[in-house]
Design a protein around this ligand. Sequence first.
Ligand code: ARG
Ligand code: ZN
Length: 410
Amino acid sequence: YLLVLVAVVAAVWAEQFSYEGYKVFRLNLSHENQLRALASFNKNEIVDFWSSLRFDGNPIDVMVKPEMQHIFGWFLNVNSIKHEILIDNVQDVVQKERVMQQRAPRMPQGRISFEKYNKHDEINAYLEQLARDHPDVATLENIGKSYEGRDLKILKISTDPSANKPVIFVDAGIHAREWLAPAQATYIINQLVEVAENRKLLDKVDWYVLPVVNPDGYEYTHSNQRLWRKTRSVGQRCIGTDANRNFGFHWGEIGASTDECSDTYMGKSAFSEVESQAVRDCIWKYKDNIKLYLTFHSYGRYLLCPWGFTSAFPDDYDELKALGDNVAYTIRRVKGTIYTVGTSTNVLYAAAGGSDDWAKGVAGVQLAYTIELPEGGSWGFDPPPHQIMDHLPETWEGCKAYNHYIGAKF
Ligand code: ARG
Ligand code: ZN
């Protein structure tokens, strides 16, 4: 019996991807040429860049597997790139986080905690409970299933669905490893539905929230490979598509990979992924009412507006920028967190096939933003569980500023 148990445990462990020996380098560039050298190194995707490749004074974090560390170190020296070791062994950090996750108190079914990162079924159970407890404001809609068959559920929050109020559409978790994003979306739901004094925000505005766009990937990061980013659809050679390169607007033109094994693989066709299809169909269904689209990612502290496929500015850029600046200012007032506001191409990088570009360019949702939440913890993607609540409330203040703008404008 014990032997069987040991065998089962061993099998489960064997399945888990190990980051043993992986290191994260933090690079500080002093010259544009170094950026160009890095960019060419990046082409082969033998290292994993966590920060955007820019020459803007910010450090660049890059994860390097053991067998590449020698050549990467040599490359850094040849190009005189200043660097430090940010994480000496990524697996230690994965392990530590797992322990913290397990220590967090268990919640009764249907209740939610913001002291840990919740699994997809816990988040869905919470949405169901809210719809049961608060039928006056919360309705659940199934908008499809993920590749592996998980339910994609959107919570519609409205005090009067027949009033045709302007809608703020929120999604999160299109990238699996960015755990803070679903937490943020769930917190928005919690505030709107469960906090009485926030009900007045719904006088003029409805909110539709999809907390986990990519539940297969999200679950995979919990159980197997912490830093997985893509969906889990099975390809010829590799698994997964970057769903945020998969939307059908200037699809694949720039900043996306045609290589199935790449972390930014654009997919075999536009909307090849059922998850991006579900978001597309839902936004399309409500497009006449949706006035603002917010899609949450981590990390970097950016409020990004279209376009991500070109460096050209949309013709209403002034409004997008002014609203973004206003939200950034509101967030900054809470505890000093500073966001950068601008178009994806101009302040971060060019990447076509993003959901924000599609929402604006095709569905006609005039105001669209990708929100890159603050970095936290040892690897940036997420603060440790007990620090989640240091981050969620300030972003919620920003959401209230968005709510105010939409309520006043429409
Ligand atoms: N970090 C995000 C990503 O890589 C940024 C997306 C911004 N939007 C865009 N259309 N490029 O997906
Ligand atoms: Zn992301």
